[in-house]
Design a protein around this ligand. Sequence first.
Ligand code: PLP
Length: 376
Amino acid sequence: MYYFDHSATTPLHPKVKELMSEVGELHFGNPSSVHASGQKAKTLIETARGQMAKAIGCNSNEVVFTGGGTEANNLVLWNLIHQMKKHVITSVIEHPAVLNVLDNLGEFGVTYTAVGVDETGMVNPNDVQNAITEKTGLITIMLANNEMGTIQPIADIVAIAKKQSIILHTDAVQSIGKIPVNAKELGVDCMSFSAHKFYGPKGVGALFVSKGLKLKPLIIGGNQERRMRAGTENTSGIAGLGLAAELAANNIHKTQTHLNELADAFKSQITYICPNAIFNGHPEKQLPGLINVSFPGFRNDLLMIHLDRHGIAVSSGSACSSGDIKPSRILSEMGIKDDINNSTLRISFGYGNTLKDVEYLTRCIKSTLERIRSAA
Ligand code: PLP
């Protein structure tokens, strides 16, 4: 298979796979048990915590493991019900793991303002500033968007939040492994991650919670994760996340160069094949290797079906909305009209892709466009 859907999920890194199977087989003790097997499992979890902390520039005791990115976001957002200030500022292009949660929190008195984006998918920090009320207790704006790849001006938004002592959360699920992510440099209070987006396992994530900020657990039970996330830990998954984070951080510059090279080759080949193709997003503030491209006059569901027959996996939007041919909500929010919206593909390259793969992809896109055109 030719896989170009790494923003939806990534394959396991072979070293991660190896470690996880070793941990699952040999170190299955309960990390809360006092015997050697349990203590070994606990050590593996703390090693992973250290790896994650190093990868994102924070202290180990600021990392809480969760059951994925969705849960990490929920953990932050559900804490609003315990706060006096229940107004949230977010953006219209957040993942459903933020916006749908906020909708559900309405019945607990939580209100929110979702600021818009410009035609490149960028939030304007002034809009965040203007949305602040005396009831604002949280600002949650993603670090980079999953469909468009636009990198948001988080540092400017952090500065606004700090001035008013408002907690700042960012969903960095799409960012780690593609751009440097440093919690201390960004100055955020909380930040969400998901291992399956950076060659780790599915169903495991992490939340950076800055020292001094205490969150009430969403999942209540035992005392694991400093009482912020109960339940017997997924040792092999957490060990896999830790190693995946370490590999992602250590290889960041190499990965960026590689992904940029693939994206540049793709863009120039597509521009040649289909001169009216439109590349959406920001020209510079963009996740490497993520391309959002419209082929005016061609329905994206047909394009995907044809490409799938060539063994090619691409997406027409975020993973959560694939299979659904409704126009992408994110593109609509950027002001992209429905006909162009419905002709858009998301191509997201990974470290395993090669220039030869890109050539195959563009060759298949060319033949697909010709076939659809001749059948019309
Ligand atoms: N946030 C963003 C920006 C995402 O892209 C995703 C996954 O698509 C999530 C959150 C959810 O993460 P998970 O799949 O680990 O629940």
